[in-house]
Design a protein around this ligand. Structure first.
Ligand code: ZN
Length: 127
């Protein structure tokens, strides 16, 4: 698999729902510079990732051939003043459930993807 094609992999909300009991939302997190709150997202583990699950300690690495099935839950943490506190990874995804889904629902879509989709939609509409 080339790096280019791996970047195109998307987390399937439908499949993630079968792994998780907490809410999985097929969309981008409602987050922007005016609303900096902690949130959790589902992300494919891509080449170059070398991380560890904060819940069970399992190493998080790219696994060739697993494609869209190699998903981790990534939480961006902010304090009450909106100051970024760091990132926590949960892997496999069920670790996020077992930790009590501390940051609420899991969103599957990156915000930039929505922007790209909208741009494309605008281009199609203008053609
Ligand atoms: Zn874990």
């Amino acid at each position: 698999m080339s790096f280019k094609s791996s970047r195109r992999l998307r987390v399937s909300a439908e499949k993630l729902r079968t792994d998780l009991e907490c809410e999985v939302i097929d969309g981008p997190a409602p987050f922007d510079i005016d609303n900096p709150t902690s949130r959790a997202v589902g992300r494919i583990v891509v080449q170059g990732v070398d991380d560890q699950c904060v819940y069970c300690g399992e190493g998080i690495r790219f696994r060739p051939g697993r494609g869209n099935n190699n998903v981790r839950i990534l939480a961006n943490l902010y304090d009450g003043d909106g100051k970024w506190q760091g990132v926590e990874s949960y892997y496999p995804p069920k670790c996020y459930d077992e930790a009590g889904a501390p940051y609420g629902p899991v969103y599957t879509m990156p915000a930039s993807q929505l922007v790209a989709d909208n741009k494309q939609a605008v281009q199609v509409a203008e053609m």
